[in-house]
Design a protein around this ligand. Sequence first.
Ligand SMILES: NC(=O)c1ccc[n+]([C@@H]2O[C@H](COP(=O)([O-])OP(=O)(O)OC[C@H]3O[C@@H](n4cnc5c(N)ncnc54)[C@H](O)[C@@H]3O)[C@@H](O)[C@H]2O)c1
Ligand SMILES: [Zn+2]
Ligand SMILES: [Zn+2]
Length: 334
Amino acid sequence: MKALVLTGVKQFEIQDLPTPEIKPDEVLVNTAYAGVCGTDHDLYAGRPGSAAAVPPIVLGHENSGVVAAVGAAVTNVKPGDRVAVDPNIYCGQCDYCLTQRPELCDHLSAVGVTRDGGLAEQFTAPASVVYKLPDNVSLKDAAAIEPISCAAHGVDLLKLRPYQKALVIGDGFMGQLFAQIVQAYGVHQVDLAGIFDEKLKRNQELFGVKNVYNTTRESIPAESYDVIIEAVGLPSTQAQAVAAARKGAQVLMFGVGPQEAHFEMNTYDIYKKQLTIQGSFINPLTFKDAISLLESGKMNVAPLISHELGLEEVQDFLDGRIKGVSKAVVKVGA
Ligand SMILES: NC(=O)c1ccc[n+]([C@@H]2O[C@H](COP(=O)([O-])OP(=O)(O)OC[C@H]3O[C@@H](n4cnc5c(N)ncnc54)[C@H](O)[C@@H]3O)[C@@H](O)[C@H]2O)c1
Ligand SMILES: [Zn+2]
Ligand SMILES: [Zn+2]
């Protein structure tokens, strides 16, 4: 099978690999689409994502496909089923797994990070992370289920209520997913701050966003929001997120900053405004919710997927040679 193998820091090779073998509890998937995201940029550059990727390895953690074969102990899917695969595999035995916080697992492994992923014609995963798709969810849209599931975990960590006014900072793919998902979870208004007029306008026209702020020339109203989702990962936008918080606000710090970065905030405000500053890491058991959001039409990702790449183009994308990408998915198989 054809595979794009990360062979070293910023080094890819197209290789012909043998069909992966499956254990009794595993599924072999013919890859349809693999989304590529900021985590792949990090792994490609030798920085850790949810975990470190050690070359040689096949990346690709936002995968959809069709089941090719199943191990003897697998009962949830069968050959021919259209599926999406949650990359994250938890040990089930550490303190965190045993206290309903598997995302913090001490022995996290992940398809496309610590084991071969979807940037190959086939990959394997334990049946426990393979989810059958509803008929009305396309394999291309299904590549967005993993990112949606990360956003779903973020909103799970908040207490969302219909009275709330929410602000999303960041008009990248994740920020735009958040603009939709907070509405699906019931807040009464969502505004969006970003740096691209076209994307901001599209979110008003297509996705029910009320007010938009282009932060290259407009400021975000201070102390105005009950829920703020930071989806950029810069100290400056993290500070903007806190500045936008009104009394009792919850601030979700979703963006991933550089490992050494810090941002400053007034500590008295945390007390006086009773703020919640909430981190969010990956997507524990939120795949079902993500699939339902697409199946019900409460979330619409097709207009956000701007590029369909081939395996040969992934390096060009990660090196920044493909411009104007909103979200790229790699079409791996038919
Ligand atoms: N917590 C998690 O589990 C998790 C999961 C996925 C992604 N992330 C993180 O979420 C963040 C967003 O992800 P993404 O895929 O959308 O990445 P992205 O690179 O597309 O998002 C960044 C976007 O933010 C916008 N932006 C840049 N500077 C800005 C500014 N000053 N003000 C407002 N907007 C600005 C731009 O549109 C840019 O494209 C990244 O940091 C990513 O690593 C976290
Ligand atoms: Zn990703
Ligand atoms: Zn564990």
